[in-house]
Design a protein around this ligand. Structure first.
Ligand SMILES: [Cu+2]
Length: 426
């Protein structure tokens, strides 16, 4: 046992032994027929302790609020347009509930003190008072209705259609990081599906590079937004529930697997201006995860930078499309042989692009995802089937074929993408 453990043990045992000694002494006195606290008015003591608890507790709460106020993000001006009504709702609710909680708790503890039990007092039997019941039902009901009604309009605005000039970004929650996607120059997100995800090949997004829209999509490590331009944030999850939270902009939305969620807002204060306001040259806005999503939850932080137009344009110019990055890193050899038909034809229909090329650019990726990608054709995809197909390599599937004709039918298909890529090269 090392010294540290010994000290901790002593710290734990000493108070325990002292408490037991005190209790035993008390019991010995009792057995002798002497009650050391016999003369104490326990009701009065309890009442006084309750009142002290309220006074000291309220004092500590007020002190800690004042002490740590600089750490409270909500103290500062919101950095978005929708943050203003959201803040006013927050403060209205906070003030109303704080006042109500203070009054009711002050009354509770004061009454416990002032009317503590005694021989000389008799409790009043007061079973009901309809007027009082009506009053304390209607007042909270009206107040809450007003609060909720004012909240709904802001909620509908933030989650409703974004303005015409809004740009779009996409956030995907994954254990344990936020994946960020920009649609690139064409302002259109390329096609992605879960069954094209291949972490080994670098296609963590599940891109279908056969879709021309996907070729200029880029996945930066930081979020950059231009001040004054609305941004629609599309939110997805790759594994479990996450929650995309932009506290400085007062925006938050859950990331739900299998479901797309979104909100939009307009950033109003650049990072540089906020650094001046806060007097902190190292300040950064951030994106966090507000859903306890696993052991690395704390690590899901991304820096958000609000740029001026010039800064933003410069940043966008410096970004490389993921398609290109993968080609450069040679993880994506097959990328260079990407399809031509759909690229020329502008907007490709999902069916075309599926036929036109393998789902992912690497040869390896094609091998592993082809069976699953193929089931796409026979939409709607049944996830379970697709997983089965994905698990089994074609060779394995052939072996298992006699037992399960359904599985065999699916897994035999891998030949097809090859056929189609032949067609492409003609
Ligand atoms: Cu998370």
């Amino acid at each position: 046992m090392d010294a540290q453990t010994l000290i901790s043990l002593i710290k734990f045992l000493v108070p325990l032994v002292l408490a037991l000694a005190a209790y035993n002494t008390y019991v010995v006195f009792k057995l002798k027929g002497v009650d050391p606290f016999g003369n104490w008015d326990r009701n009065k003591i309890n009442g006084t302790l309750l009142l002290l608890f309220f006074i000291i507790g309220s004092g500590l709460a007020a002190w800690s609020t004042a002490m740590y106020k600089d750490l409270y993000i909500l103290i500062y001006n919101p950095a978005s347009d929708l943050g203003v009504p959201i803040d006013s709702m927050f403060w209205t609710t906070a003030i109303l509930t704080t006042v109500a909680a203070f009054i009711t708790n002050a009354a509770l503890f004061y009454f416990a003190f002032a009317y503590s039990g005694s021989e000389t007092k008799k409790a009043l039997y007061y079973p009901e008072n309809n007027k009082l019941e009506i009053l304390w039902t209607i007042i909270p009901a009206v107040v809450l209705t007003i609060l909720i009604a004012s909240g709904i309009s802001t909620w509908v605005k933030a989650t409703g259609p974004s303005p015409e000039n809004a740009r779009e970004i996409e956030l995907t929650g994954k254990q344990f990081e936020w994946m960020i996607r920009y649609p690139g120059k064409d302002a259109k997100f390329g096609r992605i599906t879960w069954d094209s995800i291949n972490d080994a090949s670098g296609n963590t997004y599940g891109y279908h590079f056969s879709d021309p829209n996907s070729r200029d999509d880029f996945n930066p490590q930081e979020i950059h937004l231009q001040v004054g331009i609305p941004v629609k944030v599309n939110i997805r999850a790759r594994d479990v529930l996450h929650s995309a939270t932009l506290p400085h902009f007062r925006m938050k939305m859950d990331a739900v697997p299998g479901m797309n969620t979104s909100f939009w807002f307009t950033p109003t204060i650049t990072t540089d201006s906020m650094r001046l306001i806060k007097g902190n040259p190292k300040f950064n806005y951030e994106l966090a995860c507000q859903e306890i999503c696993g052991g690395g939850h704390w690590n899901m932080r991304r820096v958000v930078v609000i740029d001026t137009k010039q800064q933003y344009d410069e940043w966008v110019r410096s970004q490389k499309p993921t398609y290109l990055e993968m080609a450069i890193s040679k993880k994506a050899v097959a990328i260079t042989a990407a399809p031509t038909e759909s690229a020329e034809g502008g907007e490709a229909k999902p069916a075309d692009t599926e036929k036109a090329a393998p789902a992912t650019p690497t040869a390896e990726a094609v091998k592993t995802t082809a069976p699953a990608a193929d089931t796409k054709k026979t939409t709607p995809v049944e996830p379970k089937k697709a997983v089965d197909a994905k698990k089994a390599t074609p060779a394995e599937a052939k072996k298992a074929a006699p037992a399960d004709t359904k599985k065999a039918a699916e897994t035999k298909k891998p030949a097809e993408p090859v056929k189609t890529s032949e067609k492409k090269t003609k």
